[in-house]
Design a protein around this ligand. Sequence first.
Ligand code: GAP
Length: 495
Amino acid sequence: MPERRERGLNIRKLADFCSKTGIAFPTAEEYGGLSGFYDWGPRGSQLKKGVKDVWWSYFVERKEFVVGLDGSIVTHPRVWEASGHVDEFHDPVTRCSSCGRVYRADHLVEEVLGKNVEGIELEELNRVLRDVRCPACGGELEEASYFNLMFETEVGPYGGVKSYLRPETAQLIFVDFPRLYIANRKRMPFGVAQIGKAFRNEISPRNFLFRLREFEQMEIEFFFDPEDDSCPYYHEVADYEVLTLTVEDQEKGREGEVRKVSEVVADYPGREWMVYWIVESLRFFELVGVDMERIRIRQQLPEERAHYSADTWDVEFRFDDLGWKEIEGIAHRTDYDLKRHREFSGSEKYAVKREDGTPFIPWVIEPSWGVERTVLTILYSSYREDEKRTYLALKPWVAPVQVAVLPLVAKDGLPEKAREVAEVLRKHFRVEYDEKGSVGRRYRRQDEIGTPYAVTVDYQTLEDATVTVRERDTMEQVRVEIGELVSYLRERVTW
Ligand code: GAP
């Protein structure tokens, strides 16, 4: 298989490729776009849906202890007070006093001085910021202050109720916990999964799909009893190895090493489940085609952790140009969220009872993926170029088109036969029919969008009811009887 040229791919090039192929492009380009907002075209919307479908199937439909939720984007404003987002969901911002450019202060320090200062106190950050000048004009920077990332909105006319677009999907799961617990017939432990939009007014959205202002999350809140926290599936995950970077590694300036996940997760309630969710996350990434050679898990430093987290591991992906970047976070949220909702709502329903009648507030482990970051790493992992072609080596189950059906030439009854074949296949797979241009060019077009199989109807088809099936990566072709085609392809496009 042709090598993906190391360092040949950077985010800008991938963004251009995605615009050209109609995968994803800046919103309202004819008006100049709007920073942090992207639209997904025909290929991209299907690819994104393919990834979400595999996630839902892997984590909800195939796990008997996980159920789903589709919560609202706008909810009661007190939810965001209870969650801590009103007071604490902010990033430090600074402005150049000369040219007026605005920067996220901690990221600017990292860019200019190479120091990771994420999460440090504002006072300390301002001390460090004195050594930094505006990269654009060299002007002096104003003192950094906090900027809350939630988008505000008003519900109803005449200055109705002020609320927010949700900055994470998770909170709906917490606030709805009493109903979800009953709907799940009061079983414990259990997980609730949700896929949906989240909105953050990021100070400097950047790097194509990586930092957006509107994006989607796939989140699971897994509720358990801290006094009964053993995981029955632990033996399936205990030996799983991956590149790991612990807090200690980071403090000692070490690169990290390949270890068992079970060796690095700290010993506190829910440890076995934490290992389980980290390993299942990694298996999911592998399933959807993320290059596992570029993956590591990194334990967040205490000062980086969100206000609700007791311990967090990030799954990070190594981009050649951007370095290691977070694509998923797995946080131990303890009983923080349910306790806060009990306190702010005054409802006792956030506590549940053990079999012996003692009440407790469930603890929570939260794996949280960004859909766009997942798709971005899939695209980055599958992008290939060689002398002849550019193509995406996508896994067949996420590919926007799974089977292309092509008549060898657009005459002599071949299009009619090919359309017939396409109609049969369409009932089972995502199919595209194409008769425009030479067959070689049509193969290239399909390769470019990652179509794993191309079925070609030729003159022999009219004689013996067979077609050729071409595989994208090897470009090898085999002859298959039309009657066998569905089972031949199904075997290859199902995970
Ligand atoms: N409920 C926990 C939570 O929201 P987070 O680390 O803030 O945690 C989880 O976000 C995931 O959402 C991240 O790992 C990332 O994949 C995605 N994400 C967060 N902010 C994003 C942004 N501005 N643009 C794109 N994806 C983002």
